[in-house]
Design a protein around this ligand. Structure first.
Ligand code: AP5
Length: 216
């Protein structure tokens, strides 16, 4: 299974990717998580990416493409992968096509999550993540058992820097301008499947399975 999860910020890509990757036995490759990890570690890559991520802008294509190229070369990605948050520009999509062609493999499907803007803003405003293990919660739709504490590791829950209202607005603009054109790019290639992203997490998961595993 070689799949891309496409969709606006807050559409539920990460929530669904965690479950889908486990079911398919493929690595979940999330460029946002990789970049945040690099920022937290203070690596040279992280120092370069930090200001872009915090402003809700895209990190330069060549930085992200190199990161994904390295990740695809790891053993666990040979049998498949789930890309979450990459590609996000046409240049990244074309680079991915070259990377896959060099490795003699091809994409199976691209799933585009459809969620209205009001719901995206609601989800991002209420998202909390564990500062220790990265688990994701929502203050209303998936709260932790003890307020402010991760159910898995008891780490403190925090709001992502880029989930503040001004940055969310910027991320949505960036999505519309740079990433939404990819929907057409993949439709033309016959790879696109739409996923209605507004039901419960379980309902959306069933839609993901139907879109990714169903026949065309
Ligand atoms: P990234 O981390 O990729 O952020 P994103 O695409 O904006 O996506 P999110 O993580 O915000 O949302 P999601 O769709 O995963 O939703 P989630 O499942 O968490 O990127 C961050 C930044 O990194 C970018 O702005 C950029 O700077 C940089 N970057 C990353 N990739 C890059 C690239 N390729 N090129 C350049 N720069 C790049 O869900 C959201 C909330 O909703 C959660 O609280 C969740 O609990 C809740 N929720 C989920 N599903 C449901 C549901 N069905 N019902 C109710 N609530 C739900």
């Amino acid at each position: 299974m070689r799949v891309i999860f496409l969709g606006p910020p807050g559409a539920g890509k990460g929530t669904q990717a965690r479950r889908a990757a486990a079911r398919w036995g493929v690595p979940w490759i999330a460029t946002g998580d990789m970049l945040r990890g690099a920022v937290a570690a203070g690596s040279p890559l992280g120092r370069r990416a930090k200001a872009f991520v915090e402003r809700g802008e895209l990190v330069p294509d060549e930085v992200v493409i190199d990161l994904v190229a390295e990740r695809l070369d790891r053993d666990d990605a040979r049998k498949g992968f789930l890309l979450d948050g990459f590609p996000r520009t046409l240049a990244q999509a074309e680079a991915l096509e070259r990377l896959l062609a060099e490795r003699g493999v091809a994409l199976d499907r691209v799933l585009d999550f459809e969620v209205g803007e009001e719901e995206l803003v609601r989800r991002l405003a209420g998202r909390r993540i564990c500062g220790r293990c990265g688990a994701c919660y929502h203050v209303h739709s998936s709260p932790p058992q003890a307020e402010g504490r991760c159910d898995r590791c008891e780490g403190a829950l925090v709001q992502r820097e880029d989930d503040r209202p001004d940055t969310v607005r910027r991320r949505l603009q960036v999505y519309r301008a740079a990433t939404r054109p990819l929907v057409e790019h993949y439709r033309v290639q016959g790879l696109l499947e739409m996923v209605p992203g507004e039901g419960t997490v379980e309902e959306v998961f069933q839609a993901v399975l139907a879109a990714a595993e169903g026949g065309r």
